[in-house]
Structure formats: C-alpha cells, structure tokens
Design a protein around this ligand. Sequence first.
Ligand code: NFS
Ligand code: SF4
Length: 635
Amino acid sequence: MLKAKTIDPAALELLKKAATDGIETVWDRYEAQQPQCGFGTLGICCRHCLQGPCRIDPFGNGPKAGICGTTADVIVARNLLRQVAGGAAAHVDHAYEAVEALELAAEDKINYSIAGEDKLRQIATALGLETPSKDTKALALEVVRVAYADMSNHSRQPLQWLLANAPKERIAVWQSLGILPRNPDREIREAMHQTTMGMDADPVNLVLATAKQGLVDGYAGLKLATDMQDILFGIPSPVVTEANLGVLKSDSVNLIVHGHVPLLSEKIVYWAKKLSAEAEAVGAQSIHVAGICCSGNEVLMRQGIPLATNFLAQELAIVTGAVDVMVVDVQCIMPSLAQVASCYHTELITTMPIVKIPGATHIPFTLENADETAQTIVRKAIAAYKKRDPRKVRIPDQRTTIMAGFSVEAITAALAQLNPQQPLKPLVDNIANGNIFGVVATVGCNNVKVTQDSFHVEMVKELVRNNILVAATGCSAHALAKFGLMNSEGTERFAGDNLKSVLTALGHAAGLGAPLPPVLHMGSCVDNSRIGDLVTAIARYLGVDTAALPVAASAPEPQHEKALSIGTWAVTMGLTTHLGVVPPVLGSKSVTELLTQGLTEVIGGKFYVETDPILAAQGLIADIRAKRKALGLTI
Ligand code: NFS
Ligand code: SF4
C-alpha cells in the first residue's frame, strides 16, 4: 500500500507489534479488499429486489437502467437516503434509551440520579412547560412525556423537540420544502418504504427526503440524546486529562469502555473507583478506566476519564497487551476485536441485546441491573489483570494533555466573565472584528481510506493558523486531542496571532491562567447538538439565519452512516459541510450536483467534497470569507 496507515505515533508503534504478534488489523483487511468495487464506489448498484442485483454502466456503453427501469440517478439517491436513514435510526435508538432511563430514574425505579437539574429546567422552559415550583422528578416526567409524544405521535404534527430548539428562520425554510419531520420512527419507516422496489423515481424528491432524515437525526437523535444525558449525568464543564494509548497503566487494572451510550460506562466509572481495594488486593495500583470512540468522549466530558484512542486504532488498544477488559455497548465496534482479544489475556465484553460478537463474553446490561452489571465487569477486569503477561505488554509512551468539557453552558459561563449581561457579545464582537475569522466544526470518524488522523490534524492546523476557531466532537476530537490541539500550548504553537489573543484573553478571564485551546472539545457525536445549539444561539443573538453565519462543518475522515446523517443535518442548518472522503454518489451527475450546488438555493447549505486537507481548509475559509462579505464584516 502506498499511503501511510496512520500518523499517530502510538498506532505506528503498535502496528509493528501487531505484525510481530501475527495480528491482522483493519489495514490488512482493507488491503485484501483491493480493488474495491467500482459500481459500489459510485453508488450505482441496486439490490432492492430479487430480480437484481442491477448495476448501471458508468461509461454509457452498457445498461443505462436496472431491470425495472430505475436509472443511475434514482439508484444513487435511493442508496443515499437509506444510508442517511440508517444513521438517523442509530441516533434515534440511542436517544430513546436515554429517554427510557430518565423516565425510570424519575419514577425511582432504577438507581440513576438526576444530576443535571439545571439542564432539566432549561429544556422544560424551551418546551413551554411550567417550571419554577415543580419538583425535579415531576418535571422530568413531563419532559419525558413530550419526548414520548414525539416518538409516538399519530397526528401529523412536526417534532416538538425540533420546534422548541431549531431557529425560526430555519423552521420556515424546512416547512416551505415540506420536510419538517413527524414521529421519527414513522419517518425512518417511510424512508425504507420510499426506497423499496417500485416506489419513488424522482431524484429531487429523494434528496429532499434525505434532508428530512437529517432533521430526524439532528433533533430526535442528537439533540434529544444529549439533552437526556445531560439531565441524567450533568452538564459537562471543563476538565483536564490526557489522550492516547500512553494513558494505559502498566501497574493498574486497565478497563476500556468503547461504544456510544453512557448509561453503562457512567456506572463503570463509578464502580471502578468503589472497588479499587479489590484491585489493590491483587497487587494493582488502581482500576484505570479509559475510553475509545464516543463512550470515551461521554465519560471524558463529564468525568474527566482519559481518551485511549479513536475508531481506527481500537484493535491496537488490545495489541498493547495491557487491556484487561474492553467493554462495548453499541456502534463502531469492529467484530474483529474478538479475534484480536483471543491472542492476549483481554476479555472482550458485549452488553447489548443487538450487539453480540462470537468469542466475546456477553453480560446483558439493563437499566434495572446496571450496578450489578458494572460490578461484574469491573471484577472481571480485576480477574483478567492477574492473567496479564508482562512479556506481551507494550504501552507506547504517548500521552497529550487535553482540556475538554466545553458544553455551550461552559462556554457561556466563561464568556460571562467578560460580559455577564450578554455573554455571547465578546464572542460575536471578536467574530465581527475578524479576530475570530470564523468557526468550523470538525466531526466524525477515521476511515481506513485516509491515513489515520492526518486529515483532521493537517486541515485543522491550517484553519487555526488562519484564525478560525474550531469546535470538535467524535473521533475528530480524539485525533485533535492526540496532536496537541486541545491544550493551551496548542494555542501558542498553532493559532494565528488574532485567534491567539482572543483565546488568551478568554482563558485568563475564565481563570485558567493560560489561553483556551484552539480546538474546543464539545463531546461525542450526539453532542454535535451542542454545536447546533451554539450556532443557533449566535444566530438568535444577531437576529440572522444560521445559513448567513461565517460557520462551516467538516467530516474529514467519515466512515459511518451516522456521519452522513449528521452531515445532512448540518446542511439543513444552512452550513457548508465538507467531506474528506467521497461518498458513493458520483455515479449520478445530477444527484452530485444537487448535493454540492443545487441544494444551496433552497436550503442555504451544501456538501463540499475535497480530499486534500490544505485545499479543504482553504475552501472552507473561502466559504467563510464569502459569508463575512455578505454580512458586511471585515474580510
Ligand atoms: Ni461518530 Fe462516535 Fe467515531 Fe465515527 Fe464512530 S465513534 S458516533 S461514527 S467512528 S466519529
Ligand atoms: Fe434492479 Fe430495480 Fe430490483 Fe433495483 S429494484 S434490483 S434496479 S430490478
């Protein structure tokens, strides 16, 4: 393979160990897949009925339509709609579990507290519920009722969660396009129906349906999940810890949480502290929890748990030989982990009824048995520690200090130090005068087609050098954390002078005694809702549409359907949304044009595909410059 696998020094070191230990990784399997199918890459194969598979000849010599007459445009649009609906389904399912948890917690049926009462009152107010005198649990149940009403809505009313939280100007645009979503389950079902054999053959109609799925994702998935989790576990505030596999400890029990939903990982963090005496009894210093993917981001944001690594290096975490238990819940879990774990003493534990992996130990997690499950898992880690073979251990000496926990509330609190009456004013003034030239949200995954972390890091360095403030979530946040973009030194080293002066002033005002980092870690992938909330708040403060703001989004190394659904939501918010990996749409010129140009006229946002990180940064800066110009700001 020509291109480097990763730029992460810990991963590079462990890839050598993997080779010595005879471990197959994601990169080996990627190589074995070459060349990947051209029809699939272009999005022009269809398996939606048993007469297929059908594929369209991209060069125009062979078939121009599937057996039923479906054209390339429709096949591409239909496939994209299904992918985006798949992403939305994952997020809505995640959110639904969190709603159930809040309901049971408020009814005292499970052992979860309501740690984010401030968030509860904030959400209740946005939903128009009476808040002042109500008891916390009673109010939580009212909020839960609104969430359930959205989920089970039989009328044709749009999602309450969207109406209560989205910008008015945007709601008007979505309404005029007929894409305001109703009950999310119904919308996802409809997308499956709309794309089955013999249904919609209008690519424009299919692309609009895709935009609607973006809204399902944004409000019934991301926003709802973050809101519920903040109510249950508290609103994040700044924390300082470290990132990369060097956080594992040779003298402690290492327990890795991997996946997405914090309902179990929060309990594991709690019990790991409680049961430390049992670990000491077997000769370990402590029980050390670290996180992979978004479970990692969740417990980082609220509990200051260090980040182990992101998506592409999940196998390599086990290759350290120092992971005693890796416990997974849902999403982004490579089934290969079981094979890798079988070569070491590591116990891989699955916990959810819809994620079982042969070779892993399955310990069912339910809300009712959460504490018992967490204790069992922590004790399994202690038992596994005793079996750890020191000769097989290699923990790369790679750790970077990071500051995380930047919820909108935390950012606003820091800004309020400068202007208590209008906290957003210092931020907006600095955007207006160009000290902060614009804001880019970098989100999403690693993708084996891209040298791991390289796109995130190179593009973001170019952005902050040009005085663009960056907010990050998901595996993008992991990448930027590893490379020193989430600490004060990162501001000194990488930020342009104007951005540096603002971050220094803000950092001192917030009592850090040092600059804020140039990249603000805003959480997991569902926490992209926090970025949406911030953008919405700034637009509201200025009285403009979010589409007019000098703000853009980027998924530099997207792999998951969820990254597509999040990106689609960002486009519906009116943002230019960059993708660093080409999605499977190039088989249709008209759908590609619609996504990258045509949508702008109707919705304000668009997809922007660029596979070079520096060109992508420059493209995003040019987009921001055009928006600044239209607003009459200095350029
Ligand atoms: Ni987002 Fe977070 Fe990572 Fe991609 Fe997977 S963990 S939910 S999907 S790979 S960023
Ligand atoms: Fe082929 Fe049409 Fe069936 Fe798709 S739905 S597999 S294009 S016949």
